[in-house]
Design a binder for this molecule. Structure first.
Ligand code: UCC
Ligand code: FAD
Length: 579
């Protein structure tokens, strides 16, 4: 026994070595690029102080609520004990606290108060970026709430939606409302025009009642929603396609018996991630409606806002995993030294950092453009850029988030795969970012749509602005290889656009995804260069720009050279897939 007590496993049975966990520190203070970006563009003491204070709150308090949301997912109670239909979506106390916090912290309100003029959206999105990975997915209802406020504002804030607008944008927790966005039906979430079966039946008093089935409705505990339906004429007929769609505003309310008015919650979805949040299937059976607008075109404003929120969530997930991974690298010892001292491990983290930086600047630039448009300062070039870059940035950062977070999990070794570390949830939640709010392909086609509808004007704006971002680079000679790469890629892309314009539409359709990737990579390269030329930039900013620009910035040209978009390709692709 004496001798055994000196053996490491003799008493404790689990040995004496325990791994230290990575620690979440103030995400604002930990983010050199965010702080530099704000110092450059929005050096307002009030903003920096608020974000620093909020960052502390996120690390010390909010992050554990987010974890609670994951551990206590919502559940659906269809019936009360006596058999009455109640359709209660029971959410956790932590989820409810997120709603209060969101109002208090002005998560939506900041965008509408516009206290910082054209930079108000950058401020709002910076705050959401700090919040997002700790928010237990509450950023999803906030995205839709922001989108709904934007739609109501752009269509005119009149009765009865003025009350809704003021509730969506308030800082008072007891008045604050969230909104849903019910677009997807069983026949199609991308192809909304064909997929929408829901009908709006006119009533004798001039109002409508809605009958249909919504296949995916997230954050279904919302107070109101915007939704699409086809208006029936007196004969019961509807107009097919996009033209027949109208946008409706509806409040989610209960009758005296506690039953939802005109809605049955069929079931909650059993999801890979986003489990903190309810996503339901809804049978709409006589949901009363109050406002009607012009379908897809009206909801496009909502899509712009929610797609920007999606992109913010994507950069936030990347940033969070990098922050945790670099902290862990100072704690974990392998082969005789901490991970931080293994150059290959540092190279891995540095590559994640480069991806995160490029993505961050892309997203913030879109937020900047949105802010300019909303404050009436947007030039035509800004408006074109906002339209083009919104789908580009959403689709590109959605994919990057999955790749970077996946790499990030690996940097924790086996612990990255263990559920109660909280790390796997980051990956599960990232996976949805490329699916909802328009999949990668659907958004790539949206890029083609906006190029075609603007007769190429959006591309002119893109080329002009990307070139202007390179103009300060002569002052930093070490950036020359990056500038050369971006400049060259821009010329190649311009040539591609000219050639593609002479081909059949099917050529561009096949090139759509690679085109969107090229637009994203080149633009991010230009933004990284522009940032690295700023007088407050660091050596790391220069290094990040150089590293980013070493990749294939223009895959659409590389693939074109290989004949990837020729008419011979689709049958070969199909044959290969079904071989
Ligand atoms: O997925 C959802 C998730 C909710 C949770 C939100 C979380 C957000 C972040 C959280 C972070 C944690 S809600 C459902 C999202 N669903 C989609 O995104 C639908 C995907 N499908 C598309 O995007 C399609 O392209 C459609 C449905 C928008 C359009 O399809 P069509 O039928 O081909 O439409 P058309 O005929 O081409 O366009 C109809 C009109 C046109 O205008 P007009 O009539 O004036 O010619 C288009 O120019 O709509 C206009 N339009 C747009 N305008 C279409 N898309 C846009 C756009 N993006 N911007 C401006
Ligand atoms: P499909 O359109 O059937 O797409 C299948 C595949 O086909 C995709 O890979 C797509 O890229 C590809 N594809 C489609 N069209 C084309 C094309 N023309 N060319 C090439 N490829 C194409 N919706 C709401 O309205 N409200 C919500 O709150 C909501 N919440 C959601 C929550 C979660 C967790 C998820 C997963 C989804 C949610 N959705 C919501 C639905 C979501 O928006 C749709 O699932 C999404 O838009 C894709 O539509 P779909 O499922 O019909 O896929």
């Amino acid at each position: 026994w004496e001798a055994a007590s000196y053996l490491p496993f003799s008493r404790t049975r689990i040995g004496s070595f325990f791994q230290e966990s990575p620690t979440l520190k103030n995400p604002f203070l930990e983010d050199a690029l965010l702080r530099a970006y704000l110092r450059r563009h929005l050096p307002e003491e009030a903003v920096l102080e608020d974000l620093c204070r909020f960052g502390e709150r996120v690390a010390k308090e909010v992050d554990s609520w987010g974890r609670d949301c994951e551990l206590n997912p919502p559940r659906l109670v269809n019936f009360d004990p006596w058999g009455r239909r109640v359709d209660h979506i029971v959410t956790s106390p932590a989820w409810k606290r997120m709603k209060t916090l969101s109002a208090e912290e002005g998560m939506v309100a900041i965008g509408y108060e516009r206290s910082f003029g054209e930079w108000s959206r950058v401020y709002q999105m910076s705050k959401l970026y700090i919040f997002s990975p700790s928010a237990g997915l509450y950023t999803c209802p906030l995205a839709m709430t922001d989108g709904a406020a934007k739609v109501i504002q752009s269509m005119g804030v009149s009765l009865p939606v003025d009350e809704a607008y003021s509730r969506l944008t308030t800082r008072q927790p007891e008045r604050f409302w969230t909104s849903g966005q019910w677009m997807t039906e069983r026949q199609g979430g991308s192809d909304v025009a064909t997929g929408t079966e829901t009908v709006a039946v006119p009533q004798t008093d001039g109002s409508y009642r809605l009958h249909g089935f919504k296949w995916f409705t997230s954050a279904t505990d919302a107070d109101m929603t915007l939704t699409l339906a086809r208006v029936q004429d007196q004969t019961g007929a509807t107009t097919p396609g996009s033209r027949g769609l109208s946008l409706f505003y509806a409040e989610v309310s209960r009758d005296e018996d506690g039953r939802l008015r005109g809605i049955e919650v069929q079931r909650l979805k059993d999801k890979l991630g986003t489990r903190q949040m309810p996503t339901a299937e809804l049978l709409l059976d006589g949901l009363p409606l109050s406002e009607e607008g012009r379908g897809v075109a009206s909801i496009a404003n909502m899509l712009t806002i929610t797609r920007i929120h999606n992109s913010v969530a994507a950069i936030a997930a990347m940033r969070r995993v990098v922050q945790l991974a670099r902290d862990y690298a100072t704690r974990r010892t392998v082969f005789g030294k901490v991970l931080k001292d293994h150059p290959l491990h540092m190279q891995t983290l540095a590559r994640m950092e480069v991806e995160t930086r490029g993505a961050f600047l892309l997203v913030m630039d879109v937020c900047r453009l949105l802010g300019r448009e909303e404050s009436g300062l947007a030039t035509q070039r800004d408006t074109h850029l906002l339209r083009l870059l919104t789908p580009v940035v959403k689709l590109y950062t959605g994919k990057q988030a999955v790749a970077v977070v996946s790499e990030g999990l690996e940097s924790f070794g086996g612990q990255g795969y263990i559920e109660d570390t909280g790390l796997p949830a980051l990956l599960r939640d990232a996976q949805v970012l490329s699916i909802w709010e328009g999949t990668t392909n659907v958004l790539s086609l949206d890029v083609l749509r906006c190029v075609a509808r603007s007769s190429g004007m959006v591309l002119h704006a893109y080329f002009a602005h990307a070139k202007s971002l390179l103009s300060g680079a002569s002052t930093v000679p070490s950036l020359a290889p990056a500038v050369k790469a971006v400049d060259g890629a821009l010329s190649e892309l311009q040539e591609f656009v000219q050639v593609a314009a002479t081909r059949a539409p099917s050529y561009l359709e096949l090139a759509a995804r690679d085109l969107a990737y090229s637009l994203a990579r080149i633009y991010a390269g230009a933004l990284l260069i522009d940032h690295a030329c700023w007088k407050g930039a660091s050596q790391s900013d220069i290094y990040a720009a150089l590293r980013w620009c070493e990749q294939d910035l223009c895959p659409v040209v590389t693939k074109q050279a290989k004949g990837c978009y020729d008419s011979s390709t689709p049958p070969l692709d199909t044959a290969l897939v079904y071989d």
